[in-house]
Design a protein around this ligand. Structure first.
Ligand SMILES: Cc1cc2nc3c(=O)[nH]c(=O)nc-3n(C[C@H](O)[C@H](O)[C@H](O)COP(=O)(O)OP(=O)(O)OC[C@H]3O[C@@H](n4cnc5c(N)ncnc54)[C@H](O)[C@@H]3O)c2cc1C
Length: 329
């Protein structure tokens, strides 16, 4: 591991001020992913600003129409909060589907959103990776791409986004509140995760050095009747090959509102507004769900080994919509 300095921040302001002192500093929250990347030499911060003792960042507040989630809230608390479970099952199911109980006990909401890709070429320094080393190329484009993106990949990167929670948050919408050196700013969740384009190393709209303070997620009527379904190579402790966060609002069997986001198949968590719109006014049945899935995956461009993900994602989405339609509203 490359040597680094360590400081502990006592407040949000102190955290951003300490971090602004070094261009190569990083915040330390649960450390469950940052420390791994440092041990592997993938991330080399010269200064770690420990934010674990910053007060007022660990809370879950659920009210009508919104949930406010502090950035230092543990993933295990998010996964088991009774009010959140009732208001938006897709959120708690998404968190519970990630990592292991031990990791969820350490991991935080802010760190979950900012975790880096699990692309093996990113994590192995023997290979070129534009995310790890801007301008070096992308070994995945000519390498083994079974786990890679079939949507929104670019000529510079086809790595998938790893967070399950982010998929559910993008489906629901809302915003992220961040503390910058110049004050607080809101970033809509719909604009937070960036497609790779020509600059895959810029993964979010969060300004360098900014601290995520909380996420305020919308709780539309679709949130109550919602599901997160994750398909992976093994039943636990594994990232998604395809996942779906869906919510339905129904008048009897007629759909009057829908939310759809998919994970594991794209370079960022993606919401599918056109597929959602296709469901409005239709009876909640398999035919409607299949049509929505065909629309959602219509632009998919698989590589050599990941063509199966297109059909897998469609089936995951259809199954998730079916499960949601069977829930009591
Ligand atoms: C073996 C393993 C399996 C996993 N499986 C899954 C899975 O299936 N699904 C899934 O979604 N996740 C999975 N994870 C990822 C896990 O959820 C993340 O490691 C965790 O959520 C990161 O949180 P943390 O607090 O430990 O972040 P840290 O490791 O402390 O930080 C991660 C990054 O976020 C930054 N950061 C942290 N908090 C803030 C903040 N408030 N403001 C600004 N920057 C911040 C840090 O500087 C760092 O760059 C897995 C992890 C491991 C190790």
């Amino acid at each position: 591991m490359t040597p680094f300095d360590y400081v502990r921040a006592g407040s949000m302001r102190e955290a951003v001020e300490l971090r602004s002192r070094s261009p190569n500093a990083a915040f330390l929250a649960g450390g469950t992913t940052l420390i791994d990347l440092m041990k592997g030499g993938v991330e080399k911060p010269s200064l770690l600003v420990d934010i674990r003792r910053v007060p007022d960042l660990d809370y879950i507040k659920v009210s009508s129409g919104k949930a406010s989630l502090g950035a230092l809230t543990k993933n295990s608390d998010l996964a088991t909060d009774p009010a959140l479970m009732k208001a938006a099952p897709m959120l708690t199911q998404a968190i519970a589907a990630g990592a292991s109980p031990q990791i969820r006990n350490m991991a935080t909401l802010g760190g979950n959103l900012l975790q880096r890709t699990r692309c093996p070429y990113f994590r192995n320094q023997a290979f070129a990776c534009n995310k790890r080393s801007p301008g070096s190329g992308c070994a995945a484009l000519t390498g083994y791409d079974r786990g890679h993106a079939v949507l929104e990949g670019s000529s510079q990167c086809v790595a998938t986004h790893p967070s399950d929670l982010a998929v559910a948050l993008v489906a629901l919408g809302g915003e992220i509140q961040a503390e910058h050196i110049s004050g607080q700013r809101n970033i809509p969740l719909s604009e937070f995760f960036r497609p790779p384009g020509e600059t895959p190393w810029i993964e979010t709209s969060l300004q360098r050095g900014a601290l995520i303070v909380f996420v305020e997620t919308d709780l539309p009527p679709e949130a109550r009747r919602s599901v997160y379904l994750k398909v992976r190579d093994r039943a636990s402790y594994e990232f998604a090959l395809a996942s779906a966060a869906v919510g339905l609002h129904q008048d009897g069997s007629r759909i009057i509102g829908a939310r759809i986001a998919l994970g594991g198949i794209a370079t960022r968590p993606l919401r599918f507004a056109t597929a959602e719109a296709s469901l409005i006014g239709r009876t909640a049945d398999e035919a409607a769900f299949r049509d929505a899935a065909a629309i959602a995956l219509g632009e998919a461009r698989p590589g050599r080994e990941n063509g199966f993900k297109v059909e897998l994602a469609k089936r995951t989405l259809v199954k998730a919509l079916k499960l949601a339609s069977e829930l009591q509203q």
